[in-house]
Write a protein that binds this ligand. Structure first.
Ligand code: FAD
Ligand code: UDP
Length: 375
């Protein structure tokens, strides 16, 4: 095949790649070819409106939340936001309890005298409106707080984490369970970020608007391996798996994957909110119910059951990098190879082997755009 020239080749049409494409075309007027092996844009954030008008997130519930005003303002050029604030409940001993476990959860599950005692001790020890990772709380010297820590560890974290990661919380990097700390507060929201919401017309429409520039060509169902021998570029931005790019020479970076079972039900609602966690029952970790995000009205509802799995090439997708010292060392070997490549930039959840939320992925892409095009 004949080789062709392009200013920028972007591998991966998730929000990392889309942000880079948008900036390169809009700000510099450069040509961009952005490819994805999948048959749709928006990567893991892909959503679609089904026949009942319900916006379904194909890769599990996605809630946008950030304290980064720059990222919020940037995306707000392309979408209006439905002001959705995420609340999660965990099904614990037959009750739906607010997660992160907070003072309301304490009052819901314990007798009043005990709840009051635990509330006072938590506030005296840590303060009010403070987030304490479960593994920190377990280090407390106070016997009542230790009782609470053991309870939350067992009822909220242990079995969920065993399902999700095949590991105990203490064998995982603390930052992972630290995403859902014990929260000494009456705030039942999952996130406290200043800006939270769902793109009014969905993530895919937002992605389409960001790519809407004649300088950007999108090619789907095309992998980097398919086209690498026929394209010359000034810069390559690679948001696929960094180990795959280098032919797994140093070994495979491990990932966790998920299987989503979607079910349409002939009733207006199935559960009390968009996400209910099942730490202790069943083999799935959580059930998502999609109509809550944009308050879609229908006599039907769509839910998904989330079953964690090991990642296996060809069988399922890479969703979560597994954060550990050993895996970080392996990633560093690939990174040092990457740093020797001229004008090739690795980024995103897979390219950087990082557990990134959407806002972090987009923030990092905005920074990379500036850094890679400077001077
Ligand atoms: P991706 O979206 O994974 O995009 C990478 C793209 O590259 C993919 O489309 C892939 O097909 C393509 N690709 C890979 N290799 C190749 C190749 N060789 N050739 C061509 N194309 C290739 N974040 C939040 O902020 N809020 C949430 O509520 C939230 N929920 C999540 C729930 C789940 C189950 C998961 C897994 C993630 C969630 N996230 C959430 C994180 C969010 O999905 C990511 O931050 C975001 O998708 C990262 O974008 P990305 O572009 O880096 O990666
Ligand atoms: N977690 C848990 N029980 C819960 C919620 C979370 O044990 O009810 C732990 C689990 O290890 C999970 C991690 O906290 O992987 C991070 O949770 P989060 O909801 O942020 O995960 P994500 O939405 O990224 O899958």
């Amino acid at each position: 095949m004949e080789r062709f020239n392009i200013d920028n080749l972007i591998v991966g049409c998730g929000f990392t790649g889309i942000t880079l494409a948008n900036k390169l075309a809009d700000c510099l007027g450069e040509k961009v070819l952005i490819i994805d092996v999948k048959d749709h844009i928006a990567g893991n954030c892909y959503d679609y409106f089904d026949k009942n008008g319900i916006c379904v997130h194909q890769y599990g519930t996605h809630i946008f939340h950030t304290n980064n005003k720059r990222v919020w303002d940037y995306l707000s050029q392309f979408t209006k936001w439905y002001p959705y604030q995420h609340k999660v409940r965990g099904y614990i001993d037959g009750q739906e309890v607010p997660i992160p476990f907070n003072l309301n959860s304490i009052h819901q599950v314990f007798p009043e005298y005990l709840a009051n005692l635990l509330e006072k001790k938590l506030i005296d020890t840590f303060g009010f409106n403070v987030k304490v990772p479960i593994l920190e709380l377990k280090k407390t010297g106070d016997k009542d707080l230790l009782f609470l820590a053991e309870y939350v560890y067992d009822k909220v974290f242990l079995h969920y984490t065993l399902k999700q990661w095949g590991m105990k919380p203490e064998d995982l990097d603390m930052s992972v369970t630290g995403r859902v700390p014990v929260y000494i507060s009456r705030d039942n929201r999952y996130f406290q970020d200043k800006y939270q919401g769902i793109p009014m017309e969905g993530y895919t429409k937002l992605a389409q608007k960001m790519l809407d520039n004649p300088k950007i060509e999108v090619k789907l169902k095309t992998s980097y391996q398919d086209i690498k021998s026929c394209v010359n570029y000034k810069r390559l931005y690679y948001t696929g798996p960094i180990d795959e790019f280098f032919g797994f020479t140093e070994g495979e970076l491990p990932y966790r994957s998920l299987k989503f079972d979607f079910v349409e039900l002939n009733k207006p609602y199935f559960q009390s909110g968009a996400c209910i966690n099942y730490p202790n029952n069943y083999d799935f970790t959580r059930i998502g119910e999609y109509k809550y995000f944009l308050d879609n009205q229908s006599d039907k509802t769509v839910i998904s059951f989330e079953y964690p799995q090991n990642f296996e090439q060809g069988k399922n997708e890479r969703y979560y990098p597994i954060i550990s010292k050993e895996n970080e060392d392996l990633y560093q070997k690939y990174l040092s190879k990457a740093q020797k490549e001229k004008n090739i930039y690795f980024c995103g959840r897979l390219g950087g082997y990082k557990y990134l939320n959407m806002d972090q992925a987009i923030g990092a892409a905005l920074e990379l755009f500036e850094q890679s095009t400077r001077g």
